[in-house]
Design a protein. Structure first.
Length: 155
C-alpha cells in the first residue's frame, strides 16, 4: 500500500511541486514577518518619523517588508522547482523499472515457456486475447441491450 501512496504523492509533486517543506517554510516566513513587523514597525516608524517625516518613514518600512516577502517567495519557488524535478525523475525511474525487455523477466518467460510447453503457452495466450476482446466489447453490448429493453413496451 505504501508503494501506491508514494506513487500518488510523486504524481502530485510532479504536477504541483508542493511538499511539507514548502508549507513549513511558508508558515515560518509568515510568522516571522508578522512578529518582526509588529515590533519593528512601531519602533522604526517613530524613529524615522522624527528623522524624515511620517510619509517617508512609512514608505521605507513598506520597502523593507516587500523585500522580506520577495525573498520568501523566491525560496518557495526554488523549492517548488526542485521538488517537481525530483518527482519527475523518480517517476521516470519508476516507469522504466518495469521494462518488459529486462533480461531477468525474459529469462523467467523463457523458463515458463519451457516448463509449460510452447504450444500450451500459445493456446493460453490466444484464450487470453479472446477473453480480453470479449471483456472490452461486453459493456457496449450490455448498454445496447438495455436500450432495446427500454424501447420495447412491457405488457
Amino acid at each position: 500500500m505504501s508503494g501506491w501512496l508514494r506513487y500518488f504523492v510523486l504524481r502530485a509533486q510532479a504536477s504541483t511541486g508542493l511538499s511539507s517543506q514548502i508549507a513549513i517554510w511558508a508558515v515560518v516566513a509568515v510568522v516571522a514577518a508578522l512578529v518582526a513587523g509588529a515590533f519593528l514597525l512601531a519602533a522604526a516608524f517613530v524613529w524615522l518619523s522624527h528623522r524624515l517625516g511620517g510619509v517617508i518613514a512609512g514608505l521605507v518600512l513598506c520597502g523593507v517588508f516587500v523585500l522580506i516577502a520577495v525573498i520568501g517567495l523566491g525560496a518557495c519557488l526554488m523549492i517548488r522547482r526542485r521538488n517537481m524535478q525530483r518527482a519527475r525523475l523518480e517517476l521516470a525511474a519508476r516507469s522504466s523499472s518495469t521494462n518488459w525487455l529486462d533480461p531477468k523477466l525474459l529469462g523467467v518467460g523463457w523458463q515458463v515457456g519451457q516448463a509449460l510447453g510452447w504450444r500450451r503457452l500459445a493456446a493460453l495466450g490466444a484464450v487470453a486475447l479472446l477473453a480480453a476482446g470479449l471483456a472490452k466489447e461486453w459493456p457496449d453490448h450490455k448498454a445496447a441491450g438495455s436500450d432495446d429493453d427500454q424501447a420495447s413496451p412491457t405488457s
